[in-house]
Design a protein around this ligand. Structure first.
Ligand code: 3PG
Length: 400
């Protein structure tokens, strides 16, 4: 992928696609600005080099023009972080936008309105992509979180606007989620959690090809237990995935991967934050009880296994960490990874719920890399090509 470095940026109109799809509350306040902060280095680099930045993103999944999905609430935070007043356009294409672009000074930033206000965006309509492209001289894709979508502003636009290059965030995500995972410093451990095996099959299969140690946690473990003939009480089980669980265990064995399942679990008498709970061996879950977290022995075993590693990737919580009582396993892993990071181990948090867990524990800053993608990081970890990245590879790379 062409990188954004020594290009001559001065005076150039640069179309930057970022993923500023941040959560807003009912009063339109940003409740998590991580994605805005993550987009700043590329935009700063551009403005410091005298470019005119045309900034574009989607927000939510609007059906047509919907005021509550406007990007307007992002302007104050963006302006604050960039140290300049960001100008907001009311549209993302058309004569008014063209006028605003024409009056943009060097080092200025124009934030376009939500690209998904046009259905042509998600349809990857060539005419719409061409209209977006016509605004600028150069395309920078920094929207890692949306790189798994072949949309007009992430994919189609590269056909009409060259050079098309990756921004710093997109590049960093690829360096860690592809680079560090494909050629890891070994031993390399993968920790995979989450409630369903079905949503993690691809990730587990792909990581089994690369890792030395695989630690499994979260609701999915009960499908593995049941596949091994254990009783799981009323724990979550995907009955149609029992054979798959068995074959994943066999595959790990055949590949020489040390696959560890929790040896004890925290069980509850109902799915609620105030449920009665106790710790039992994984082989002794009584009828009517459900497993909601990994137990203390498992935490100890997992920690010991992690001690030996040089690279760790984590995707998916160990238990129902939204309930404090069942957050202990997930929080212990987050703390362990923070310690390992401090000792020079490469620690990668692969998107979604595990990011929320690491943030809850307050150790986000300690990790080598925290992905800003949900679906995008999952697809990348499954070994899939992301259309937004592929489009850049096919576009003319910029000399560095
Ligand atoms: C995300 O939040 O995962 C990205 O912004 C992509 O959003 P989407 O799933 O609506 O395409």
């Amino acid at each position: 992928v062409g990188e954004l470095t020594a290009t001559d940026l001065k005076g150039k109109k640069v179309f930057v696609r970022a993923d500023l799809n941040v959560p807003l509350d009912d009063s339109q306040n940003i409740t998590d600005d991580t994605r805005i902060r993550a987009a700043i280095p590329t935009i700063k680099h551009l403005i410091q080099n005298g470019a005119k930045v045309i900034l574009s993103s989607h927000l939510g999944r609007p059906k047509g023009v919907t005021p509550k999905f406007s990007l307007a609430p992002l302007v104050p935070r963006l302006s604050e972080l960039l140290g300049i007043q960001v100008v907001k356009a009311d549209d993302c294409i058309g004569p008014e936008v063209e006028k605003s672009v024409a009056s943009l000074p060097e080092g200025g930033v124009l934030l376009l309105e939500n690209v998904r206000f046009y259905k042509e965006e998600e349809k990857n309509d060539p005419e719409f992509a061409k209209n977006l492209a016509s605004l600028a001289d150069l395309y920078v894709n920094d929207a890692f979180g949306t790189a798994h979508r072949a949309h007009a502003s992430t994919e189609g636009v590269t056909k009409f606007l060259k050079p098309s290059v990756a921004g710093f965030l997109l590049q960093k995500e690829l360096d860690y989620l592809v680079g560090a995972v494909s050629s890891p410093k070994r031993p390399f451990a993968a920790i995979v959690g989450g409630s369903k095996v079905s949503s993690k099959i691809g990730v587990i299969e792909s990581l089994l090809e690369k890792c030395d140690i695989l630690l499994l946690g979260g609701g999915m473990i009960f499908t593995f237990y049941k596949a091994q003939g254990l009783s799981v009480g009323s724990s979550l089980v995907e009955e149609d995935k029992l054979n798959l669980a068995t074959s994943l265990l066999e595959k790990a064995k055949a590949k020489g991967v040390s696959l560890l399942l929790p040896t004890d679990v925290v069980i509850a008498d109902k799915f609620a934050p105030d449920a009665n709970s106790k710790v039992v061996p994984s082989s002794a879950i009584p009828e009517g009880w459900m497993g909601l977290d990994i137990g203390p022995d498992s935490i100890k075993t997992f920690n010991e296994a992690l001690e030996t590693t040089q690279t760790v990737i984590w995707n998916g919580p160990m238990g129902v960490f939204e309930f404090d009582k069942f957050a202990v396993g997930t929080e212990a892993i987050a703390k362990k990874l923070a310690d390992l990071s401090a000792n020079g181990v490469t620690t990668i948090i692969g998107g979604g719920d595990s990011v929320a867990a690491v943030e809850k524990v307050g150790v986000a800053e300690k990790m080598s890399h925290i992905s800003t993608g949900g679906g995008a990081s999952l697809e990348l970890l499954e070994g899939k090509e992301l259309p937004g990245v592929l489009a850049l590879e096919e576009a003319t790379p910029v000399a560095v």
